[in-house]
Structure formats: C-alpha cells, structure tokens
Design a binder for this molecule. Sequence first.
Ligand SMILES: [Zn+2]
Length: 239
Amino acid sequence: MTDPRARVAKACRVLGKMELSRALRGHISARIPKTERIFIRARGPAESGVRYTAEDEVVEIDLEGRPAAGVPKGLRLPSELHIHTEILRARPEVNAVVHMHPPTVVLFTVTGTPLLPIYGAYYPYGLSIALENPPTFEMGRELSTAMAKARACLMRGHGITTVGESVEEACVTALSLNELATLNYQARLLGQARPIADAGVEGLRPAMKRLGARGASGEPGDSIATEWRYYCRLTGEDE
Ligand SMILES: [Zn+2]
C-alpha cells in the first residue's frame, strides 16, 4: 500500500466527501509501522476542510503529541489530538483512529435513541457493529476507558471515534456506523424500528467474521480493502 501519510490524507478526503464530518472538523491518525510515532491531519487557518486534506497537511508526531519536524505555517495540531494519542497509547493493537462528527449519528446521541440491529444480509458488517452496541462517551471521562476494547464509540452531542488495525478498517467502520444510523433514522420516520430476529443473526455470523477479517498489522483484510476501494472510486479518489 502507499505510505501512511498519503493513506491518512486520502482517508480524510473520502470521509469528508461522504459527509461524515461537516466542513473543517474531523481528523484521522495512523501509526507509522514499527515506531512510536503517528501521522495525523492538522487543522488551522491554512486548511480547506476534511474533504480537501492534502498530504502536506498531515503531520508526524509522537504519542505525547510532539511534532517531529514542526507544523507547516498556517496549521496546528487538532485541539482534540488527545483522542488519538490516548487511544494509541492505551491500545497497542490499534493502528488507526478516526474522529468525525456525522450529523445523523449525533442526533442519536443527543436523544439517547438506541441504534438497533435492524438489518442483516443487507450488510452484515454493519450488523456486527450494531450487535456490539457501541458505548457512548460523556465529557469528563477518559475516552479510552469509555471505549474499552470497542472499535466504535459514540460521543454525546459531538460525534464518533472508531479504531482499526488499519486506517482503511477504521474508516469502513465509521462509514458503516453512519449507514447504520441513517437506516435507523429513516426506519423511525416510517414507523417502529424493530431488530431482526436472533435466528437471522446466527445465520450471518460466518459472513460477519469474513467481512471483518483483518490483514497484516497496519494493512486491511481483503474484504475491508474491497469495501474501501469502492468508497475511493465513489468519491473520485481512485479512477
Ligand atoms: Zn470532535
């Protein structure tokens, strides 16, 4: 795969184009393999927003938040940098962190509405996220404690944080969480949203496992890579 800096920049553009964060706010980080350092999207007056992230807007820092070689003029480290460094320090198995503010998911957090497992074969990976019942983070707590071993976390009145073995996996999980919220929202507009039957869930366990299979450290598994390629083409990143 291309280098981690380019992958972080591309991931920001794809999620920005998929409307997972409005305008400027949102960032993604990835561990640099075999180091205690990470790449993360910078913010500041020189930027144009998540969907326009350029490679030179992705900076290298250590896990204490210290930049390796300064931060380009007009940029600064995100004020929410701690979301990334806290999780990456606490969880060695995690190589990437996505933090976005998808409006539909935020609506569920502010109303305390549960995200129900309302579909199965429609998209088993999304079902697996619903079944995990992602925890909701409240201000004033430690995010890594609230998140524990989960791969996705809701943040009340704020947004989401997802993690992965690779930056692509963390992004696919964020996109899937957003889709889960969108369908839950639309179902509630039509009527009562009902979870699928337990028997249906059991039959989909093999598919959920296959779709979530991981690759080598820092790399997406085959199914995640395919899903990600679709989103890259959809957003004009891979022609
Ligand atoms: Zn935020």
